[in-house]
Write a protein that binds this ligand. Structure first.
Ligand SMILES: [Zn+2]
Length: 280
């Protein structure tokens, strides 16, 4: 009897494993513009790739070796040009943990602070993340044949290592987690993120000649979407500031915004703004 129970449990676990695999949508490449494709599905965030006349630049690595293999397969289904570089928008696990599934020889480009956060993450990992091999502070330009790719860091925002990857010829930018849709943006204070910095960064992004913004967890966005997010953050900043001046407690402020008083895994934007205004 015991034996049968073990067999049944084993089958059940196997079924659950298959079911959970099936619940992750397959990686799919969606053409956005002449040179840019978004890679949706798989475990982790949206990623993307840029195809020049000569080579392929992958942007972000999703979060598993399988997702990485599926990304490479999706690229190969579209072009036989070689993948030569990986560009990172920032250091969060759902954007970088799949880097272990790429050939170790691929150069990785990122903002300086993203490398620092990945070095930190490696302290807790058995399988170490491959680290950026080339880092920049404010901006970096790549030329691939006639195609120009620009990477910009506009300061602290979602983290302090965010990179905006801009393809001027296509008027497209890949902006990682600087944009969220239908919810407040996430600010990682533990990675020196800043809501005030995010407003500055979104304004800087709107100064680029971009029509389509690709991000980690949303549909492609337009300029008006970025503008609306920017205004909603500023409205919250102004309201939190005035409530603090009226002497309201954090709980009063959360109640005024209709937020639960319980702690959640990620701090809400209102809590982040409150910390920025009272603790810094
Ligand atoms: Zn993120």
């Amino acid at each position: 009897m015991k034996k049968y129970t073990t067999v049944i449990v084993t089958i059940l676990i196997a079924c659950l494993a298959v079911a959970s695999q099936d619940s992750t949508p397959p990686v799919e490449a969606v053409r956005i513009s002449e040179h840019v494709y978004e890679l949706r599905g798989g475990s982790g965030s949206n990623s993307a790739f840029i195809l020049s006349d000569e080579e392929v630049f992958i942007i972000d690595g999703k979060m598993s070796d399988k997702a990485a293999a599926d990304m490479l397969a999706a690229v190969q289904a579209i072009t036989d040009k070689p993948v030569t570089h990986i560009l990172l928008t920032h250091s969060d696990g759902d954007h970088v943990n799949g880097l272990t599934g790429f050939p170790a020889s691929l150069p990785i480009l990122a903002q300086n602070n993203t490398k620092i956060h990945m070095v930190g993450a490696n302290e807790d990992r058995d399988v170490k993340l491959p680290l950026p091999t080339l880092t920049f502070s404010d901006s970096f330009t790549i030329e691939s044949g006639s195609l120009v790719i620009e990477m910009y860091h506009f300061g602290q925002a979602h983290t302090d290592g965010d990179a905006v990857i801009y393809i001027p010829a296509d008027k497209v930018a890949v902006i990682g987690d600087l944009y969220f849709e239908g919810r407040d943006p996430l600010i990682h204070l533990h990675k020196n993120g800043s809501s005030y910095g995010l407003v500055k960064t979104l304004k800087a992004i709107l100064n680029l000649d971009v029509d389509v913004f690709l991000s980690g967890h949303a549909e492609p966005a337009g300029r008006s979407d970025i503008q609306a997010l920017l205004e909603s953050i500023e409205e919250k900043q102004i309201k939190v500031e005035s409530l603090i001046k009226e002497g309201k407690s954090l709980d009063d402020i959360k109640t005024a915004f209709g937020l639960p008083l319980t702690e959640s895994r990620w701090k809400s934007l209102v809590e982040v703004i409150h910390i920025e205004l009272t603790e810094k």
